[in-house]
Write a protein that binds this ligand. Structure first.
Ligand SMILES: [Zn+2]
Length: 377
């Protein structure tokens, strides 16, 4: 009897989300195009006091990942990486409260709250007390909130920007808290786990209060039904090939989030970490390109919306990648580790006040403090 009941429930669950359609990305001809002179013009343009804040995080993206991509990738824009064109560039330290080598949970908490915590902690301080996450802070200040990743929504980085947990591994609690928080735009890689682990209340919230879309090419069509409902959309997972899906989905998010009080959006390109652990340099390079296309999408939004601040950084380095010489025969020989390292990461910033980051090393908590100040206005 129990088995039959479980089967019926599964069918109901599958049926109720079938409206989401099949999972597929933007078509290849649907790309982001930008020229070097576009980039120059946008970067050197006049910016207004920021109302919108875009934070792009390359998980595990080290300084030398960017160098290697500039040297070895043929899939970057014809003038090179958009990132390299950004005037205000500096570095950030990444260590966590309890280790010189952080994990994504502690570093994302630092970037989200401005407070150092222990590895594994999500949006809580060293005593386990809830901190105000950047999503909460933004909402408190009347801004819309977007959380976007090309891995699972309940991964450490998106989680620490939104919810609280003593462990990054409590995925079930984290996903329920996510649905409950109702970010205005929430995107990640599709995973049954999300739907199968919702409590009754959160399942009701998702079914009745969200617009849900599995196909990124259908985001605009689905979202048009209601401009104010929270939107959950599923995008392509990071892959060993560069993709426009994160960039196009982010572009959609910027337009959806745009409103008189502004927005905060965190966008994570996750592959630079995963391919770092696997010592797969081509995968890392593809992930830098995927991120760089998203930076292009952000700059194109800033062209029309100069009251926007863009910060691009990383939570830590993964793989101990050495500086490329340009003569490597096997790119995977650049790796010196399969874990995270304590190396400083890059910070790129565009928008009013962004010269703060130029030519200096800040702590990752300073990035959060800078963003909070911009949100406060
Ligand atoms: Zn990692």
């Amino acid at each position: 009897m129990k088995k039959i009941l479980a089967l019926i429930l599964t069918v109901i669950i599958l049926f109720s989300f079938s409206a989401c359609g099949e999972n597929s990305g933007w078509t290849e001809d649907n790309q982001i195009t930008i020229t070097k002179s576009d980039v120059r013009k946008i970067i050197n343009g006049k910016f207004k006091t920021p109302k919108n804040i875009i934070l792009i995080i390359g998980d595990g993206m080290g300084v030398n990942d960017i160098e290697a991509t500039e040297i070895y990738s043929e899939e970057k824009f014809d003038f090179g990486l958009v990132l390299s064109q950004i005037k205000n560039q500096g570095f950030a330290t990444t260590k966590s409260f309890d280790s010189d080598v952080t994990d994504s949970a502690a570093s994302a908490t630092a970037l989200s709250t401005g407070v150092k915590t222990r590895n594994g902690y999500i949006g809580v301080d060293i005593y386990g007390e809830n901190l105000t996450t950047m999503a909460e802070y933004s909402r408190e200040h009347g801004k819309k909130v977007g959380i976007i990743t090309n891995e699972e929504i309940y991964g450490a980085t998106p989680s620490a920007f939104t919810v609280h947990n003593l462990s990054r591994n409590k995925s079930k609690e984290i996903i329920n808290d996510f649905i409950h928080f109702k970010p205005d735009v929430l995107m990640g890689n599709y995973n049954d786990y999300i739907f199968n682990n919702l409590e009754t209340e959160e399942k009701d919230i998702l079914e009745n209060e969200y617009i849900c879309e599995l196909k990124s090419s259908e985001f605009e069509k689905s979202a048009a039904a209601d401009a104010n409902k929270p939107f959950i959309g599923f995008i392509e997972k990071y892959a060993p090939l560069p993709s426009y899906d994160l960039a196009k989905s982010s572009k959609f998010a910027f337009e959806r989030l745009k409103n008189d009080n502004g927005f905060f959006v965190m966008i994570e390109s996750a592959g630079t970490d995963k391919f770092g652990h696997n010592n797969d340099m081509n995968g890392k390079i593809a992930s830098v390109i995927t991120l760089d296309r998203t930076v292009a999408a952000a700059l194109l939004f800033m062209k029309e919306n100069p009251d926007t601040l863009l910060i691009v950084t990383s939570d830590h380095e993964t793989g101990g990648v050495m500086k490329p010489t340009g003569e490597e025969e096997d790119l995977d020989t650049l790796f010196t580790a399969t874990s995270h390292t304590g190396a400083d990461v890059k910070v790129f910033a565009v928008g009013k006040g962004s010269e703060y980051f130029n030519n200096k090393t800040v702590d990752n908590t300073d990035i959060a403090k800078f963003i909070k100040k911009a949100i406060k206005g």
